[in-house]
Write a protein that binds this ligand. Structure first.
Ligand code: TPP
Length: 305
């Protein structure tokens, strides 16, 4: 979780310095989701389909930090040769099948991957993540309905951070728990504490084992909060100060450090680990900055229209 947080703090610095260009969506505050969920997958065969807010998913999948920084910086050594950037990066060798900036679009793609797993004998489980706003997209309903009808090995994970961009969730959804919608599609739905990596891992683990043995999909709603704006520069006018303070008080890293301290870990040991990860992140960023920019003559390669 700390590796993700420090990575994104460095991304913020690089974006403000215009080293990174284009739109960037940070996931600060939601780190427990990525660490918990990816910890329950077998990334040598399973497939993850995140949204544009995907850095945490990539790091959870084990994509090297050098390649991630390089991708965001438009370098040749990036995961996608600098073509994907923050919102469209992928690294299938790590189970990270690709972000998507079109809200909800990952759901039908993950269902396609789950159908393929029926035929290729891989035993692959596909996990698609999206926000609670995306739950109201037609493509997401269609994907869940089809997956339920065919009992496909796919997990629909909703990162409910209580805001869809700038819209308060309860103003656009008429039910309390989005996970209840699973009943209508004929599979299990549950809501978990998304600031606890253990709770997320436990929920995803049992969904994976059911999916792997042919019992079909699951809908997991993870309740979390982002502690930054929707995008860099978002002043969060739609959010009260109290809500922001509440989110900060319960964010997963502060919570985990509190738990480690009460289980007897010393502050010195915690500081040592934090410093080690900070070094790792800064070194990776510096290496990426010093690596060659993507070759302009290859710009039309790997493009499909
Ligand atoms: C199909 C589509 N419609 C609208 C947008 C613009 N847009 C980007 S993010 C967003 C809100 C998404 O909210 P949610 O699904 O809750 O995810 P969050 O950003 O909160 O993680 C919208 C409407 C888009 N990218 N794609």
């Amino acid at each position: 979780m700390v590796r993700i947080r420090y990575f994104e703090e460095e991304v913020l610095r690089l974006r403000l310095a215009n080293e990174i260009v284009g739109s960037v969506h940070l996931c600060n505050g939601q780190e427990a989701v990525y660490v918990g969920a990816t910890g329950a997958l077998d990334l040598s065969r399973d497939a993850v389909f995140p949204t544009y807010r995907g850095h945490g998913w990539a790091i959870g999948c084990g994509v090297p930090l050098d390649a991630l920084f390089a991708e965001l910086l438009g370098r040749e050594s990036g995961t996608n040769g600098g073509r994907g950037g923050s919102a469209y990066l992928s690294s299938p060798d790590h189970g990270m099948y690709g972000e998507n900036s079109i809200v909800g679009a990952g759901a039908p793609i993950a269902v396609g991957s789950a159908i393929a797993a029926r035929f290729d004998g891989s035993g692959r489980v596909s996990l698609v993540a999206f926000g609670e706003g995306a739950m109201n997209q037609g493509a997401v309903h269609e994907a869940m309905n089809f997956a339920g009808a065919k009992k496909l090995p796919v997990i629909f994970l909703v990162e409910n951070n209580t805001f869809a961009e700038m819209t308060v969730t309860e103003s656009m959804i008429g039910i309390e728990r989005l996970s209840d919608r699973a009943t209508a599609y004929g599979f299990d739905g549950l809501q978990v504490d998304g600031n606890s990596p253990d709770a997320v891992r436990g929920a995803v683990r049992s969904a994976v084992s059911r999916a792997r043995t042919g019992e079909g999909p699951a809908l997991i709603e993870v309740m979390t909060q982002r502690i930054v704006g929707h995008y860099i520069g978002d002043v969060q006018h739609y959010r009260s100060k109290e809500d922001q303070e509440r989110a900060l008080a319960d964010e997963p890293i502060a919570r985990a450090i509190g738990e480690l301290r009460s289980n007897g870990m010393s502050q010195e040991e915690i500081d040592r680990i934090l410093a080690e990860i900070s070094d790792e992140v800064r070194t990776a960023s510096a290496r990426a900055l010093n690596s060659p920019i993507a070759d302009i003559t290859t710009v039309s390669e790997h493009l499909y229209a």
